[in-house]
Write a protein that binds this ligand. Structure first.
Ligand code: SF4
Length: 406
C-alpha cells in the first residue's frame, strides 16, 4: 500500500482512476458494476467491532453535513460510473440511523446521478432497533430491495458479552416490518464462537434465525481484532475464548443444519435460498469492480484498489473529490494471489481453465501449483467437476490452506 496523503484527482499517480469508460477493460463491461456506501454512525460502539464508526446521536450530530458531502461525492463519482450499476450496498456503521429525510435526499441523488440497471440489487444494512415503518417506506420508494439485519445472536447474555445493545426481540419485529413494506429479500448476520456460547446455544440462535425465514444468512465466527475492547478483555482474562474444537463443531453444525433447512452454502460464511446469493458480495469474491463512497470506504476498479479518507472530519473538510488517501496497484503475483484467495472462498471454487491461466502468470505460479497439489493430497482441496474447491475438512482450515497456497 502506498500512503498518499491528501491526493487530488489531478495527481499523476491517480491517472488510472481518471480513466474513461473505454479505457477500463473490465470483464463484465466497462466501469464499476457495484457501489459501496459507508455510513459511519452508530448508537454505541460494540466491543468486537473494528469498522470505522462514530457514536453521534444528539442534535450536534454531523449526519446532515455527512449527507451533503456524500451527495457531492455521488455527483463527482458519476462520470466514473458510465454503465448501469448492478448492485448497491450501503453499510457501516448503522445506515438506518440516518433520518428518513436524509435518506430521501441520498436516494434521490443516487437515482438522479448514477445509472442503475433494471434488476439492481440494492442492500441496506440495518440495526434491528432503528428500523421503523416511515424509514422503510422511504427506502422502498428509493429502490432499496434488500435488507441485511445485524442480529448476531438472540441470546441477551451473549449480546451483552459483545456489548451489542439492540433488543433481540426487535429482530423479529424488523423482519416483519421489512416484509410489510415489501422487502422480502432479507439477510440476517449471526456470530458464533461468542464467549459463554456452547454448541446448543449456537444452534438455538441458528434455529431462531431460520424460523424468521430469511432468504440469506451470514454466519461469522467471532474475530478478536487488534485494539478492540473485546480483545483487551480476552487478554486480561475477563472473558474466555471458545475452544477451537467447539468453534469448529459450531461451523460444521451450521453447514448441516442450514443444508437441512434448504439453504445453499455458497461462500465460507454465506448461505442463501436458491438464487438469492448476495450479488454485491459476489463482486468482491470474483474480484470485479465497485466504486466506494463515504469515509473509510474501499474500492476496486480493474486491479487498482484505494480507500477514501478514514475520518469523518477529514472527509467533510477535504477539497477535491473523490477523497482518496491510499492507492494500491498489485503486481502480477499479488493480483493472482488475490484472485485465488477470493475465488476459493466460494464453495464452487475456481474453474480449472481459469486456474491454469492464473498459475501461468507471475513468478510464483510453479510454487503455488505445487502448494495446491499438497493441499489436494492432504484432502483439504479437491478437484471436482472441473473446479478446484475446498473440501469440508478444508473449509474448517480455510485460513491455513489459503496461507499455504498464497
Ligand atoms: S453496530 Fe455494527 S458498525 Fe456499529 S459498532 Fe456495532 S458492530 Fe460496529
Amino acid at each position: 500500500m502506498i500512503p498518499l496523503a491528501q491526493l487530488t484527482t489531478s495527481d499523476p499517480r491517480l491517472q488510472a482512476l481518471s480513466m474513461t469508460a473505454s479505457d477500463l477493460p473490465l470483464a463484465g463491461g466497462p466501469g464499476p458494476r457495484g457501489l459501496y456506501v459507508h455510513v459511519p454512525f452508530c448508537v454505541h460502539k460494540c466491543h468486537y467491532c473494528d469498522f470505522y464508526s462514530l457514536v453521534e446521536t444528539g442534535p450536534d450530530s454531523r449526519r446532515p453535513a455527512f449527507t451533503d458531502r456524500l451527495i457531492e461525492e455521488i455527483r463527482a463519482a458519476a462520470p466514473r460510473v458510465p454503465c448501469p450499476l448492478q448492485t448497491i450496498f450501503v453499510g457501516g456503521g448503522t445506515p438506518t440511523l440516518l433520518e428518513p429525510g436524509l435518506w430521501a435526499r441520498l436516494l434521490a441523488a443516487i437515482r438522479t446521478h448514477l445509472p442503475l440497471a433494471p434488476g439492481l440489487e440494492f442492500t441496506v444494512e440495518a440495526n434491528p432497533d432503528s428500523l421503523e415503518p416511515e424509514l422503510l417506506d422511504v427506502l422502498v420508494r428509493g429502490g432499496v430491495n434488500r435488507l441485511s439485519i445485524g442480529a448476531q445472536s438472540f441470546n441477551p447474555r451473549l449480546l451483552a458479552t459483545l456489548e451489542r445493545r439492540h433488543d433481540p426481540a426487535n429482530v423479529r419485529r424488523a423482519v416483519g416490518l421489512a416484509r410489510a413494506a415489501g422487502i422480502t429479500n432479507v439477510n440476517l448476520d449471526l456470530i458464533f464462537g461468542i464467549p459463554g456460547q456452547d454448541l446448543d446455544t449456537w444452534l438455538a440462535d441458528l434455529d431462531e434465525a431460520v424460523s424468521l425465514e430469511p432468504l440469506h444468512l451470514s454466519c461469522y465466527s467471532l474475530m478478536y481484532e487488534p485494539n478492540t475492547p473485546l480483545t483487551a478483555r480476552m487478554r486480561s482474562g475477563a472473558i474466555r475464548r471458545v475452544d477451537e474444537e467447539v468453534e469448529a463443531a459450531m461451523y460444521e453444525a451450521t453447514i448441516d443444519r442450514l443444508h437441512e433447512a434448504g439453504f445453499e452454502h455458497y461462500e465460507i460464511s454465506s448461505w442463501a435460498r436458491p438464487g438469492r446469493a448476495c450479488a454485491h458480495n459476489l463482486l468482491y469474491w470474483r474480484n470485479e469492480s465497485w466504486w466506494p463512497l463515504g469515509p473509510g470506504a474501499a474500492g476496486h476498479v480493474e486491479g487498482i484498489r484505494w480507500k477514501n479518507v478514514p475520518r469523518l472530519g477529514d472527509y467533510l473538510r477535504v477539497g477535491p473529490l473523490p477523497p482518496i488517501t491510499d492507492v494500491e496497484q498489485l503486481d502480477e503475483d499479488g493480483t493472482v494471489g488475490e484472485i485465488l484467495m477470493l475465488g476459493l472462498r466460494l464453495t464452487e471454487g475456481i474453474g480449472e481453465a481459469q486456474l491454469r491461466t492464473l498459475l501461468a502468470r507471475g513468478r510464483r505460479g510453479p510454487q503455488r501449483a505445487s502448494a495446491i497439489e499438497q493441499q489436494v493430497a492432504a484432502g483439504l482441496l479437491a478437484r471436482r467437476d472441473g473446479f478446484l474447491r475446498f473440501t469440508r475438512a478444508g473449509l474448517l482450515l480455510a485460513d491455513t490452506v489459503l496461507a499455504e497456497v498464497l
